[in-house]
Design a protein around this ligand. Sequence first.
Ligand SMILES: CC(=O)N[C@H]1[C@@H](OP(=O)(O)OP(=O)(O)OC[C@H]2O[C@@H](n3ccc(=O)[nH]c3=O)[C@H](O)[C@@H]2O)O[C@H](CO)[C@@H](O)[C@@H]1O
Ligand SMILES: C=C(OP(=O)(O)O)C(=O)O
Length: 477
Amino acid sequence: MATPLSSFNFNPSTSTNTKTLLQNPHYTYTHFLSNSQTQNPDLKLTITGPSRLCGHVPISGSKNSALAILAATLCCSGTCKLNNVPNVSDTRDMASILTSLGAQIHVSLSQSDGQYLVNTDGVHSVEPCSDAIRKIRGGFFVIGPLLARFGEATVALPGGCDIGARPVDLFIRGLRALGAIVYVRNGKVQACTENGRGLVGGRFQLDYPSVGATETLMMAACMADGVTVLSNVAQEPEVVDLACFLTECGACIEGAGSDQLIIKGKCQLHGVECTISPDRIEAGTFMLAAAITRSCISVSRVIPSHLTCLIDKLLTSGCKIRQCNHDTFEISAASTDVKDLRGFDIKTGPFPGFPTDLQPQTMSLLTTCIGSSIVEECVFDKRMGHVKELRKLGARIQLCGSTALVFGKDKGSPLRGSQLVATDLRGGMALVLAGLAAEGTTEISGAAHIYRGYENLEMKFQFLGADIKRLIPLACT
Ligand SMILES: CC(=O)N[C@H]1[C@@H](OP(=O)(O)OP(=O)(O)OC[C@H]2O[C@@H](n3ccc(=O)[nH]c3=O)[C@H](O)[C@@H]2O)O[C@H](CO)[C@@H](O)[C@@H]1O
Ligand SMILES: C=C(OP(=O)(O)O)C(=O)O
């Protein structure tokens, strides 16, 4: 029997250790946060473990699908209605990028599934607010639709997680292949079409199947004159989500989910209603949370084909995973159900490979498993910032470049609470998972990074029974 979906286990109790932290005169516990508060660099999370989780967790809409689809609304005349947009700081930043161009956005957070009504007919600028673009990676993707619909765009070089070199050379070369003139000047990419004639269909082979470059070029090609063939493209589910959205809007795209896209340009696309797919990275994170705390929880909505790699590894480790219906999974690592978990090796890669966005959280689990494991990060060149922090909890990890050798536990829990610093989104969440498993209190500063991509994160963990709180400087309340 699956755990009943109504069996929420809300445990708002405050442990002695947390009380000690709350005695800090400069910090307070807050239940709800405003937009600027989630981005406050002094925001902290405090967790007292070890936790046993129990109950059901609903998965929010995909951050990365939502960002790309919000950018794609710039291709559409009329209004787009987007449901299930996650209320995270990245989507709020994307909304401010669109409004800085003149788009009208009505956000309804009272809907349980975050609804955005977006109309880009009144766009009067082709240069989005640079400060917002420099905060997130997805904001840069607007260069494709702006150029396609309005014939020019000036977009600052993007931000996003600090996880290595993140150039935009493939975007630039791809847009040139569609007839654009593109320069990088003073930290901004300036693009226009020759004599204002618009983009033209062309052929372009990506050196690497970049998700963002594939999405940007797909949006541009949808409104270029003629046929475009893009090869060696990304096959991630978020690319498929974007292609489905654009097709509903009237675009003609073949091959989404394969390594080649054939796109026939259309003069105009129209607004549609669309529901953002569930976030596979959030779903994977909660499955890993169940494993690291040796607990049993259920998770929905999950699209199983999006998480094949992780599910296979968790089964290898000894977890029991049961599909309760088409989109609900129960995962158990509880001692009543399984022997203790064994370590396993992972190597990240483009989809359908192991997702780089689950690498840090998986490493946290491996520090608690029997035996040693090898973690190879092959997508980003500096995505190991969490290693130093996990060591502060007592984890034994040897690092050589982007390969980590993780020594599991000898006996008992090897992790003990400590004061940690989150330096990026998934690395920060890896610390949350480790904090749930660790004995004692873990305090994580730099928590704003985590709020970029996890909706209601501490509320979801509290419902599962974890002792987790966010602390915000008194000056900001
Ligand atoms: C907003 C968004 O959707 N972010 C996701 C997107 O990021 P993003 O689209 O930035 O990731 P890419 O797939 O582009 O990056 C992968 C690799 O390609 C390289 N590269 C990329 C573009 C380029 O022009 N030149 C180049 O060399 C990058 O340096 C990196 O090493 O896909 C990543 C890989 O699944 C995820 O981790 C991010 O969560
Ligand atoms: C790397 C990520 O995001 P971004 O590309 O937006 O920095 C992520 O979601 O893990």
